[in-house]
Design a protein. Structure first.
Length: 308
């Protein structure tokens, strides 16, 4: 295995909320109240829709995709959802600093250093660069590729907090059989003072429609028994995934540039943890976002030694 390269779950598509649109020469987040499922391919600046997107819309009957039946790959909650405080180079899409609130790994002139992490509000470096909470959730849709996943990226603390809680709760009540639970991503809305009482949207994880919690647990036990009988080793899969994540300093690579820059640094961020880009309400202050962009660009230039 190549050292320094994080081995992450194979991704065959993306899940987002809304999309980015071009306005006055800039790509801005457009508010939406539904999911969009895409491939990893762009055509003329737009992500190409995945066949699942159309199929699930038709199955829903009203054209709005507000829930997606899924399962997760791992029994360990933290392998399915990884969340950290993160700061990216908006030009290269590569991580600059990633931390958990206690310690962080930061790219410096001396290489990657481990430093105290004060969280975005308490860190001057993070404030200047636009450090945010950043989560990646991998889920399986359908049964065509049982180890291929769709990734949902978000900077919304509403989504991160809710998903983290749900994953832990489902893992607990199922007796550690999270990977075989029939689940469903569901879009929820709420209003807050920071959103000026306009609706903002976040992602929740619930028992799949048609199941009660007790029925979902029974189904998880049944599927787990079938897997064990066939030789499927879930514990080994979790262990391999854990080692793969730990093999690299950072999860994102240069290949993730389009998604990271568009999703992490949109021209206008949502407030109160609303989803940015193809995830967002676009309720934030565009001038403030531009100020953060300028500060980050100056820091990047200084690190490169061009004196700007």
């Amino acid at each position: 295995m190549l050292k320094g390269l994080a081995i992450t779950p194979p991704v065959i598509g993306r899940i987002s909320i809304g999309r980015a649109v071009e306005k006055n020469g800039k790509r801005l987040p457009e508010r939406d109240d539904q999911f969009t499922i895409t491939t990893q391919v762009r055509n003329r600046g737009e992500w190409v829709l995945h066949p699942f997107d159309d199929a699930l819309r038709k199955a829903g009957g009203n054209g709005k995709l507000r829930s997606i039946p899924v399962r997760v790959l791992f029994n360990d909650s933290e392998l399915n959802l990884r969340a950290e405080f993160s700061l990216f180079d908006r030009e290269t899409g590569r991580p600059v600093c990633v931390g958990n609130g206690e310690t962080c790994k930061r790219v410096t002139d001396e290489g990657i250093e481990t430093l105290p992490c004060l969280s975005p509000d308490g860190c001057p470096f993070g404030k200047a660069g636009g450090c945010k909470s950043y989560g990646r959730l991998n889920v399986v849709i359908g049964d065509e590729d049982e180890l291929g996943s769709f990734v949902f990226r978000t900077t919304s603390y509403n989504s991160i907090r809710t998903l983290a809680a749900r994953l832990r709760y489902f893992n607990a009540v199922s007796g550690g059989l999270l990977a075989t639970m029939p689940l469903e991503l569901r879009l929820r809305g709420k209003s807050t003072t920071q959103s000026y009482r306009s609706a903002i949207y976040y992602v929740d994880l619930v028992v799949q429609s048609g199941f009660t919690l007790q029925e979902a647990i029974a189904r998880a036990r049944e599927l787990d028994g079938e897997r064990k009988a066939s030789g499927f080793d879930q514990a080994a899969l979790d262990a391999v995934a854990r080692a793969g994540f730990g093999n690299g300093a950072f999860e994102e690579t240069g290949d993730d540039v389009p998604a990271v820059v568009e999703e992490f640094y949109p021209e206008a961020d949502g407030e109160d943890g609303t989803e940015p880009n193809a995830g967002g309400s676009g309720l934030g202050d565009a001038s403030a976002a531009s100020g953060l962009k300028a500060k980050l660009d100056r820091q990047v230039s200084a690190r490169r030694g061009d004196g700007k």
